[in-house]
Design a protein around this ligand. Sequence first.
Ligand code: HEG
Length: 147
Amino acid sequence: MVKWSDFERATIQDIFSKIDSGAVGAAALSRCLTVYPWTQRYFSKFGNLSSADAIASNPKVAAHGKVVMGGLEKAMKNLDDIKNAFKDLSVLHSEKLQVDPDNFKLLADCVTIVVAGQMGKAFTAEVHAALEKFLAVVVSSLRKQYY
Ligand code: HEG
């Protein structure tokens, strides 16, 4: 069971209230597909992913980035039981999508970078630490149903 301090709880809510979630999701997934090109293999039906520009302007990437952020918002609303909230999502990524779970951390890092860019000076080391912990719990919850 993960313990959250009042500061961490408040900070995680605050991050989501400050960021433009759709823009963060699109930019983070786009960055992930560009920086770690092997992640493209799961998105073959998304069309043109042939260059950084093609990825950044691909509407399916943007739409899916928003879906991913919807997942993070669900985790934010279920801070005390993320593992349970992500049970079906973990089964889906494992059994149907067969996503290599190492990729979760890569996308999470891209989310961190994009959030940092959007928040600017407000992204202090303490805010970073709270987001890092949140995303670590998200990643471990997504890995939970793999065997
Ligand atoms: Mg995943 C579907 C969340 C990492 C590949 N992902 C989804 C869905 C959500 C989600 C909410 C929709 C599920 C549904 O339709 O019921 N994904 C999610 C999170 C994270 C993550 C929160 C980690 C931060 N996903 C991830 C990674 C890959 C991946 C790293 C591949 C490298 N996700 C993936 C694919 C789909 C989803 C291929 C199905 C897309 C589609 O069919 O449109």
